[in-house]
Design a binder for this molecule. Structure first.
Ligand SMILES: NC(=O)c1ccc[n+]([C@@H]2O[C@H](COP(=O)([O-])OP(=O)(O)OC[C@H]3O[C@@H](n4cnc5c(N)ncnc54)[C@H](OP(=O)(O)O)[C@@H]3O)[C@@H](O)[C@H]2O)c1
Length: 363
């Protein structure tokens, strides 16, 4: 058989590689390091290529390719989703209905939750009693015990709690009321802690359950215009990372955090601004963001495979996670450069994010 060597015409190993019988055993021995080096380079190139096109951390993508499928693990499970009336929570509800999970849908807007419930029932084989709407205000902590009791009365169990409800922020620190910071912490952090506090004892009694919480890329990194939002997500990361190790004697309990980069949803239009009650003025361009179905699918894979921390984001955001984790000084410098642009866009009345990627559109 005639095969060509990629080393070039002058390659001294060619006769030994392609015509082993012509060479001595010693010559074959000298080839081995070169072959190994080539294999290592090819492997590295393949991994780099994989990373360029990756949209989640490599553990999560491994689980997606070779791990347990959500269809198998989550069928029949009782999953309680907060923030199910829109965006990521709404899409999670649809995909969970598709896999046959029983659902509790919570948020403040009951009408929107009913719309999501109807859509869940239409697209799946779930029965009326398998999808329940339970209005919930994360800020009303006094109500959380009774709402949790209502879920347990209906289903008798909670297998997965998805802490997803929350709001973001678009405002400069120097211009923002401290009340905005209080509201962000009360909603994103304390509201989530409060629901978890009600649900966890039930899971521990049963010896099984998953509490998964939608944090953010800014739960790990920082970003201008989101000082309070980022702080609330950092608080969640710290809280759940500590809780996970506190519960390490409970092997049936999984505590996981989900860190998405930008995902298509209503998050920007619902963000807090400088003052409570004032809404965001710039229109958000969503083209550069990950689609909601892809984000939800990756979350379900992470839940099915008990992945503790999920980084979900298209490039360059995924790379940003890695730089932040493994080269923080470089990450801080990068954040300063990109952050300057973000602040400039914002001050010019443009959508702060999309102007990174597209020609900025004025609102
Ligand atoms: N989209 C992104 O780029 C992105 C990136 C990273 C992390 N996240 C996180 O993903 C989660 C979902 O956000 P999203 O992107 O899907 O935005 P979204 O479309 O605005 O959805 C937010 C959800 O939170 C609910 N919510 C807000 N305030 C609440 C309250 N006081 N009590 C109960 N529920 C409340 C909303 O429902 P009601 O208004 O009906 O209450 C809504 O269902 C959030 O935690 C967000 O921080 C999003």
């Amino acid at each position: 058989m005639r095969v060509y060597c990629f080393h070039g015409r002058g390659c001294r190993f060619r006769p030994q590689i392609w015509h082993p019988r012509a060479g001595s055993a010693a010559a074959v021995g000298t080839m081995v390091p070169e072959v190994l080096l080539l294999a290592a380079l090819l492997y590295a190139a393949a991994q780099l290529l994989r990373f360029v096109f990756a949209d989640a951390d490599l553990t999560l993508l491994w689980a997606a390719a070779f791990g347990k499928q959500p269809e198998r693990v989550l069928k029949g499970r009782v999953v309680w989703i907060t923030g199910a009336s829109s965006g990521i929570g709404e899409e999670l509800a649809y995909q969970l209905a598709d896999v046959g999970a029983r659902l509790v849908l919570s948020a403040r807007r009951e009408g929107e939750l009913e719309r999501v419930r109807r859509a869940c029932l239409e697209r799946s084989r779930l029965r009326e009693e398998d999808v329940v709407v339970l209005p919930l205000d994360l800020l009303d902590r006094a109500s959380h015990r009774e709402i949790t009791a209502a879920v347990l009365r209906h289903f008798g169990q909670i297998d997965v709690l998805v802490n997803n409800g929350g709001r973001s922020q678009r405002s400069l620190f120097l211009d923002s009321d401290v009340d905005v910071y209080k509201a962000l912490m009360e909603l994103n952090f304390l509201g989530t802690v409060s629901i978890t506090k009600e649900v966890l004892p039930h899971m521990i009694r049963r010896g099984t359950g998953t509490v998964t919480t939608v944090s953010s890329i800014v739960g790990i990194a920082g970003a201008p215009l989101s000082t309070g939002y980022s702080a609330s997500k950092h608080a969640l990361q710290g809280f759940f990372n500590s809780l996970r190790s506190e519960l390490s004697d409970n092997p049936g309990i999984t505590i996981s955090t989900i860190c998405p980069g930008p995902v298509q949803s209503n998050i920007v239009q619902n963000a807090f601004t400088e003052e409570l009650g004032k809404s965001v003025s710039a229109q958000a361009d969503q083209q550069h963001k990950m689609t909601t179905p892809r984000c939800a699918r990756l979350i379900l894979v992470g839940v099915a495979n008990r992945v503790w921390e999920m980084w979900i984001g298209q490039q360059p955001f995924l790379g940003y996670f890695y730089v932040w984790q493994y080269a923080p000084t470089l990450a801080w410098r990068l954040t300063n450069i990109l952050g300057r642009k973000r602040v400039r866009n914002f001050k010019a009345g443009l959508d702060a994010d999309s102007a990174y990627f597209t020609k900025a559109k004025a609102s």
